[in-house]
Ligand binder design. Structure first.
Ligand code: 13P
Length: 255
C-alpha cells in the first residue's frame, strides 16, 4: 500500500513569521487527518525551517518537514549553500531535487540532480525528484522521452532499496503556475510510464512500492480527479499550498 503524499512547495514565499502563521493554520485545519492515510509535507524556504520544526515538535502537528533544495557536498567552502546534514539536523525528512525552476532558471544539470539524490540518501533524507516537459516538448509529443531521460539520470547508480523510498513528482512545466493542468488521464498515462520505466531499471517490486506524484496547478477542485488515478500517489502543490484553507481542502479531498 502506497500512502498518499501531499507536499506543499512554498517556493520563495513567506518570511519565517508568515510561515509560522501558515503552518499553524494548516496544522489546525488538518488536526484530524490520519497520517496512516495521507502524509502531509510542507517545504518552506530555508529561513523558515527552524521555526516550523519547533512548531511541529511543540504542537504535535501531523506535518512532515521538507526542504526545497540542498547542495551536493557535505561541507566546506561553498558560500551560500546548505548541506543535507544541516537539513537532517533540523529533522527535515524530504528534500525536493531537480525542480524545473532550478533546472531552468539556475541551470541545474541532470548530473547535479543525480549527485544530490545520492548525497540526500547518505544523509538520511528522502529525495522528492521532479521531472517534466516544457510546453514545446509537450506539443512535439516528447513528454515520455524527456521524463525518461530525467528519471534515468536522477536515479543512475542509486541502490534499489533507496529507489524504493524515493519519490518522483511529474510536473509538466506548462502546467506550473498557469492554471492549466494535465488531464487526469494524461497525468496517469505519463506517471504509469514512469513506473514501468523504473520497473525496467530496478524491478517491478521496487517500482510498485515507490510513490509517484503529480504537480502543476493542483487545486482543491481538481485534486480528487487526479489523485484517484491508479498510479498517482499524491501531489506536489505550489501556489495552492500558500493558503491554509485551499491546501487543507486538497488534503481532505483525497482522504
Ligand atoms: P503550482 O501548483 O503553483 O502550479 O506549482 C507546482 C509546482 O511547481 C510545485 O513544485
Amino acid at each position: 500500500m502506497r500512502i498518499t503524499l501531499i507536499a506543499g512547495n512554498w517556493k520563495m514565499n513567506k518570511s519565517h513569521l508568515e510561515a509560522m502563521r501558515l503552518v499553524q493554520e494548516i496544522g489546525h485545519e488538518l488536526a484530524d487527518v490520519n497520517p496512516q492515510k495521507v502524509e502531509v509535507v510542507v517545504c518552506p524556504p530555508f529561513t523558515a525551517l527552524r521555526t516550523i520544526q519547533t512548531l511541529i515538535d511543540a504542537d504535535r502537528y501531523e506535518l512532515v518537514l521538507g526542504a526545497q533544495n540542498m547542495y551536493l557536498a557535505e561541507e566546506g567552502a561553498f558560500t551560500g549553500e546548505i548541506s543535507a546534514g544541516m537539513l537532517k539536523a533540523l529533522n527535515v525528512t524530504y528534500v525536493v531535487l531537480g525542480h524545473s525552476e532550478r533546472r531552468e532558471i539556475l541551470g541545474e544539470s541532470d548530473d547535479e540532480v543525480n549527485a544530490k539524490v545520492k548525497m540526500a540518501f547518505e544523509a538520511g533524507l528522502t529525495p522528492l525528484i521532479c521531472c517534466g516537459e516544457t510546453e514545446s516538448e509537450h506539443a512535439a509529443e516528447q513528454t515520455r522521452s524527456k521524463v525518461e531521460h530525467q528519471v534515468q539520470a536522477a536515479l543512475a547508480g542509486v541502490r534499489p532499496d533507496q529507489v524504493r523510498s524515493a519519490v518522483i513528482a511529474y510536473e509538466p512545466i506548462w502546467a506550473i503556475g498557469t492554471g492549466q493542468t494535465a488531464t487526469p488521464a494524461d497525468a496517469q498515462a505519463t506517471i504509469a510510464y514512469i513506473r514501468s520505466m523504473v520497473a525496467d531499471m530496478v524491478g517491478p517490486d521496487v517500482a510498485g512500492a515507490m510513490r509517484l506524484l503529480y504537480g502543476g496547478s493542483v487545486k482543491a477542485g481538481n485534486a480528487k480527479a487526479l489523485m484517484s488515478q491508479s498510479d498517482i500517489d499524491g501531489a506536489l502543490v505550489g501556489g495552492a499550498s500558500l493558503e491554509a484553507a485551499e491546501f487543507s481542502s486538497i488534503v481532505k479531498a483525497v482522504t
